[in-house]
Every structure is written in C-alpha cells, then in structure tokens.
Design a protein. Structure first.
Length: 99
C-alpha cells in the first residue's frame, strides 16, 4: 500500500477560499472507496499506487471543471515494500517514539 499526499491549489478564481474545491476532491476520493485524511495544508490518501495516480489526476482536473484558469498541484508518494504501512501505522510509529 502507498500513501499519497496531495495539495491542489486553484489559481485564477474569484475567491481566495478553496474549501469548496477541497470538498469536491474529497468526494472524488470517497467515490473510489479510498481512505483519506484532510490536513490543514494537504490531503493524504492510502491505496494501491495506480489508484492513487488516477485519483490525483482527477483531483487536479476538478478545479478546471469549476472554472479555475490555473491549477498548481504538489504530490508526495510514500510507498514501502518491506512491510505494509497505512496512514494509521505511520502516525502511530511517530507518536510511540514521542512517548
């Protein structure tokens, strides 16, 4: 399983707010049945890499369909082959080190 962190920023809209774009992006992830977590600056999604690439492409295209003239998308992929790791395991490993 892989983790994908994605930040989609529409540029050239009539408002500084992007929450409506984030909502639509989350709905696209939910439609695929993928687990995700919204953070203040990005969204983290877990799944098989091909699924993640497809949903990232859809999330990037959504603002254009809503009228944005430019979209800047940043993606980070974290994929382990030595053991399974989802979002919960990654966070738990750090939190246990903090204790």
């Amino acid at each position: 399983m892989a983790l994908l962190e994605i930040s989609v920023v529409p540029v050239g809209t009539t408002s500084a707010s992007i929450s409506s774009f984030i909502t639509k992006a989350c709905q696209a992830v939910e439609a695929r049945g993928l687990e995700y977590q919204v953070t203040p600056t990005a969204t983290v999604i877990e799944g098989d890499l091909p699924q993640l690439i497809q949903v990232a492409q859809e999330m990037h295209q959504l603002p254009f369909r809503a009228g944005a003239q430019r979209v800047v998308t940043n993606i980070t992929i974290d994929e382990r082959k030595d053991k399974p790791q989802g979002m919960d395991q990654a966070v738990s490993a750090v939190l246990s080190d903090l204790d």
